[in-house]
Every structure is written in structure tokens, then in C-alpha cells.
Write a protein that binds this ligand. Structure first.
Ligand SMILES: Nc1nc2c(c(=O)[nH]1)N[C@H]1C(S)=C(S)[C@@H](COP(=O)(O)OP(=O)(O)OC[C@H]3O[C@@H](n4cnc5c(N)ncnc54)[C@H](O)[C@@H]3O)O[C@H]1N2
Ligand code: MOO
Length: 404
């Protein structure tokens, strides 16, 4: 049986980044940049005033000496100066271009100026120094410098930077399309009353919302009964997407037909079963033909097993497809708030509450009854990774934890 790390390596070895395309900037939130970008122009693109006031030439002043200067013009943001201001001043607004000759902006609060006599201003030399309140062209970025690296997850700050530099269409990797097929004769739609031996299909809405949270496009396919006749066409439909997630039917029961049906559909198995709890029966494979490439996860039917396998493996695969620089699960260290004993011989991904406290990041495993105990996960927002060991984990010890 593979370890979790070996399984992740296998997945990342097989899944390739999806195609890149130019996407309008306003649709780029949470997409990943597909190319290294360079700055197409200086930022700022001209020398600009950082205060409302008067643009002056510092060389024309002596420390502490007051001077009366003529005011040549008023320069507002969006206009261009029409005079040089070597021995005179120009009234200037924040964001407007500095006139030639000037190298300092004295804020309006610091000068003696009468709106009724706008042609002159009295400036004290003590308020004047070269470069004061002036932002020089290219001081934030020069033309041709690196702007943003391929693999960057585009968040509002990146979108703002791309807008500043006029990148209206952005080369990004496509979001994966992911079909979800729940399998099992016992599954009822969620709006149906329970009947003997039946349960509701909680995995489909869970997986659909996990896909949405991870910025994929879900394609729910409903439920397949545990028969070849029902499974086959639905598997074919699912294989049209970039990924197909099946839940249930991957362990050793008489109706656990999923691995055999996937192989019959031409999906090559990469691995089956992992040394972990919950989630041991996970199945992973790929269909690769001239016109199709689909990666397939057979998730264990138990709801918490499916949830954990998604967060650990499917999310990494989605990140790889979407072009993330680091697709691996993001782990933080949390300090246990209580003692924990781990039973069994597999690493356990334990539903837990991760919190930022005055004491740093803390982690509290929630009371949890195993892979079918879905309700307890409603108190959790993470899973802590606990290794099988004879000694009890002690409160205060740090453990790796993965946020949901
Ligand atoms: N002899 C063995 N039996 C089992 C093994 C094993 O290795 N040998 N593994 C156990 C483990 S671990 C798990 S996990 C489960 C996984 O089984 P399957 O993936 O085959 O899933 P099913 O048997 O179809 O279902 C398991 C459980 O989950 C419920 N389920 C299924 N689908 C849904 C859904 N969409 N929504 C809510 N609940 C669902 C289903 O009713 C079962 O109770 O196998 C163990 N057995
Ligand atoms: O691995 Mo199963 O998911 O323990 O219940």
C-alpha cells in the first residue's frame, strides 16, 4: 500500500497543467497566471505630485528664507504642465505631473496663499527640499522588470496591478471541469424521507461544494446504481470532464464494481489503496486518448473518507491542473489543546478545530466516531495529521494540520 506522500507524488506526476488562454481581467479572480509577465511601462509613468500644493525648484531656496513666487498655472491630475517652474511655482494637485524645473511640492497648508490673489504664493525655505512629495517616474517599477511570475494565484491585489499595467486579457490556466458521480443502491435524494436500509446522498452536495471552494467547475451526474448497465454510460459521461470523481464502490463488497468498470472504460489504474485513515480504499487512474485526458478518483463511499481524500488528493490534483506553483497540500503547525491517543496502524487525518489564539495557532481534535460520522465534521475546519504511535500526543505538542 502506498503512503500518502507516495500517492501525492504519483498524482502530481500524472496530472498535467490544463491549457492556458487569455481571459478578460474581470474574470481572473482565483485563476493562475500562465506566463511570466514583465512591466510594459514605468510605474509611475511620469514624475508625479504626492500632495496638493505648489511645485517649486529647491535650488531657488535657502534654508529658512521666505520667497514670494509667481504662480504660472494650475496642474490638475490628468492634465500636463505647460510651463517650466524654475524660478516660479505651479499650483499642483496630488497625482498631477511635476512641471519641468520643479523638484519639490510644498503642501498648501505650509504656504501663504490667498485664493483671491492666485498669481503669487509665499513659500518658506524650511519647507523645501529636493524630491520632497515627488514620486519619480519608474520609482516603483521600470519598463521590462519582472512584474508577476507564472503560477501566481490571482487575487484582488494582482488584478489591480494587472489593471495598472493595462493587461486587459490575462494568460491564465483554465479551471478544471469535474464530474461527480455518487454510486450506491442505498442512496436517496436529499429531499426524500428515509426508508429501511436507505440513506441520503450527502457526498454529491459535499463534493460539489468542495470543488466550488477549490475554484473548479462541478458537473454533478446524480446517482449510479450498483449495476454495470447504470454505471457504464454515466462513467462515459463523466470522462468528458478533466476529472471524474466517483464516490463509493471501491472496496471489497460484492457490489463494489467501480474499479472494474473504470478499467473496462479504458481508465488505466495508477494506484488503489493508501495507508491512511480514513480513506484507505482510494482509487486513482487516468484515461488518455488522442482527444481526451481525464483523471479519475474513486473516492471511498464513507462521507468523511470522501471529504478527507478530496482535501488531500483531489485538491492537489486540481491545483496542479490549474497551474499553481506549489500544488501540494498546505500544512501549518498547530499546538494541541489536549492529549490525543491514536489507535490503529495508519496515519489518521483527524477532523479538528484550528484556531488563531493569543497562544498562536491551536488545534483541537473534535469528538469523532470515524469515517461514517459526518455530523462531527460540522465542528471542524481542518484535519490534523496524527501518526500511529504508542505514546499519547500531549497537549502543547505541535502537529501538522491542513485547513479545509
Ligand atoms: N472487506 C473490506 N471491507 C471494507 C474495506 C476493506 O478494505 N475491506 N474498507 C472499508 C473502508 S476503510 C471504507 S472507507 C469503505 C469504503 O467502501 P466503498 O468505497 O466501497 O463505499 P461503499 O461500500 O459504497 O460505501 C461505504 C459507506 O458509505 C456510504 N455512502 C456511499 N456513498 C454515499 C453517499 N453518496 N452519500 C452518503 N453516504 C454514502 C454507504 O452507504 C456505506 O455506508 O469500505 C470499508 N469496507
Ligand atoms: O478508510 Mo475507511 O475510509 O477508514 O473508513
Amino acid at each position: 500500500m502506498l503512503t500518502v506522500d507516495e500517492a501525492l507524488q504519483q498524482i502530481l506526476k500524472h496530472v498535467q497543467p490544463g491549457p492556458a488562454a487569455a481571459v478578460p481581467l474581470q474574470d481572473c479572480l482565483n485563476l493562475v497566471l500562465a506566463e511570466d509577465l514583465k512591466t510594459p511601462h514605468d510605474s509611475p509613468p511620469f514624475d508625479k505630485a504626492m500632495m496638493d500644493g505648489f511645485a517649486v525648484n529647491s535650488a531657488a531656496f535657502e534654508e529658512g528664507v521666505e520667497r514670494t513666487l509667481g504662480v504660472l498655472e494650475t496642474i490638475t491630475a490628468g492634465t500636463v504642465p505647460s510651463h517650466t517652474a524654475k524660478d516660479d511655482a505651479a499650483r499642483i494637485m496630488t497625482g498631477a505631473p511635476i512641471p519641468l524645473g520643479a523638484d519639490c511640492v510644498v503642501p498648501i497648508e505650509r504656504v501663504q496663499f490667498d485664493e483671491a490673489m492666485p498669481d503669487s504664493v509665499v513659500v518658506n525655505g524650511g519647507d523645501v527640499a529636493a524630491e520632497r512629495n515627488v514620486l519619480r517616474q519608474g520609482s516603483a517599477a521600470k519598463t521590462g522588470e519582472p512584474l508577476m511570475a507564472a503560477g501566481t494565484l490571482l487575487q484582488p491585489q494582482h488584478i489591480a496591478v494587472l489593471a495598472e499595467f493595462g493587461v486587459a486579457n490575462v494568460p491564465t490556466f483554465r479551471r478544471p471541469t469535474i464530474s461527480v458521480l455518487a454510486t450506491g443502491d442505498e442512496l436517496l435524494p436529499i429531499d426524500q424521507p428515509l426508508t429501511p436500509g436507505r440513506i441520503r446522498n450527502s457526498n454529491e452536495p459535499m463534493l460539489v461544494s468542495q470543488i466550488q471552494r477549490a475554484h473548479g467547475t462541478p458537473v454533478p451526474l446524480g446517482v449510479a446504481r450498483d449495476t454495470q448497465d447504470d454505471l457504464r454510460p454515466k462513467i462515459q459521461q463523466g470522462l468528458e470532464c478533466d476529472f471524474l470523481l466517483l464516490s463509493g464502490g471501491v472496496s471489497a463488497g460484492t457490489l463494489d464494481l467501480v474499479p472494474a468498470e473504470l478499467q473496462a472504460a479504458g481508465v488505466e489504474q495508477v494506484f488503489h489503496k493508501i495507508q491512511m485513515k480514513p480513506g484507505k480504499p482510494l482509487w486513482f487512474g487516468q484515461l488518455k486518448t488522442a482527444d481526451r485526458h481525464c483523471w479519475v478518483f474513486g473516492l471511498p463511499g464513507n462521507p468523511v473518507s470522501s471529504m478527507v481524500c478530496f482535501e488531500l488528493f483531489v485538491r492537489a490534483a486540481m491545483r496542479q491542473f490549474a497551474g499553481h506553483a506549489n500544488p501540494m497540500p498546505q500544512t501549518v503547525l498547530g499546538r494541541l489543546t489536549e492529549d490525543v491517543t491514536v489507535k490503529g496502524d495508519r496515519p489518521t487525518y483527524f477532523p479538528s478545530r484550528l484556531e488563531q489564539t493569543d497562544d498562536g495557532l491551536t488545534v483541537t481534535p473534535v469528538p469523532w466516531g470515524g469515517s461514517a460520522d459526518l455530523r462531527s465534521t460540522a465542528q471542524a475546519n481542518a484535519m490534523s495529521v496524527l501518526q500511529p504511535q504508542a505514546e499519547t500526543y500531549r497537549a502543547g505538542q505541535t502537529v501538522p494540520t491542513i485547513s479545509w
